[in-house]
Write a protein that binds this ligand. Structure first.
Ligand code: C5P
Length: 242
């Protein structure tokens, strides 16, 4: 499949109600093909949140960041498989066995999906936390790279990482290992609470496979215009990276 610029964009539906989510999806129309549903919508509305997107022919990234013992994560994945979602997240810190058991569920499934992405280190944590409370005696960068490698060796197809880590992860895990990046802000848009941000153009030029964009689109006055601008920046990035 030849990927066009808009295929790289995933809009995060971080809103409290299905009505609000549907309004955004309908406003963005054909411009956006993929959406991320997180804990906020899924906890309240469960599979109905997935259905409103599937009914509109959209791809769904279910960002539940599963983190439990292998048996429990396998149970959750078996429940999710019937929803026909396209991507899902698990915490790499859940361990090799958990990730491998999760991946086996997918390999043994009919449709061979969702793609499981590992979450390495949450962007809200810093190096001091890793050292003081987890006893991790390495830099944030090395911890992220080691967890990405662990996810890869367990059979996962990719990871979620900040735009600054994309090229390192690709170098270490191979160019086919999918990297999905949040923390995206087009030029001139405020960073909110994200610490490590990057423009769509730069993130794509770094090699990101998908960009997650939340507030920069869903809080914009003219959402279509903002999405269009981001897609243009993605297109520019694609020309830099090739
Ligand atoms: O509004 P904004 O574009 O910052 O939203 C980014 C989205 O990506 C949110 O849904 C957030 O939960 C998610 N995310 C993140 N950092 C991670 C993983 C996911 O910001 N490490």
């Amino acid at each position: 499949m030849n990927k066009e610029a808009r295929d790289y964009l995933i809009v995060a539906l971080d809103v409290p109600t299905l009505e609000k989510a549907e309004k955004i999806v309908d406003e963005l129309g054909e411009l956006v093909k993929q959406y991320k549903i997180g804990l906020q919508l899924f906890t309240k509305f469960g599979s109905n949140a997935v259905r409103i997107l599937k009914d509109r022919g959209k791809r769904v990234f279910l960002d539940l960041k599963l983190h439990d013992i292998p048996n429990t994560v396998v149970g959750a994945l078996n429940a999710i498989i019937d929803m026909d979602v396209d991507m899902i997240t698990v915490h790499a810190l859940g361990g090799f066995e958990m990730m491998e058991s999760a991946q086996k569920v997918i390999w043994e499934s009919k449709l061979k999906k969702p793609l499981i992405l590992g979450v390495t280190v949450l962007t809200s944590l810093d190096e001091a936390f890793l050292q003081d409370f987890l006893g991790v005696d390495k830099s944030m960068r090395n911890q992220i790279l080691d967890l990405a490698m662990l996810a890869k060796s367990a059979g996962l197809g990719g990871v979620v990482a900040s735009p600054n880590e994309v090229s390192l992860i690709k170098k270490q895990c191979g160019k086919d290992f999918i990297v999905v990046t949040p923390g995206i802000r087009p030029k001139g848009v405020k960073s909110d609470d994200q610490r490590r941000i990057e423009t769509p153009e730069k993130a794509i030029a770094n090699g990101a496979d998908y960009l997650i964009v939340g507030r920069a689109i869903i809080k914009a006055e003219d959402k279509r215009k903002r999405a269009q601008l981001i897609i243009e920046e993605i297109d520019n990035g694609l020309h830099i990276s090739t």
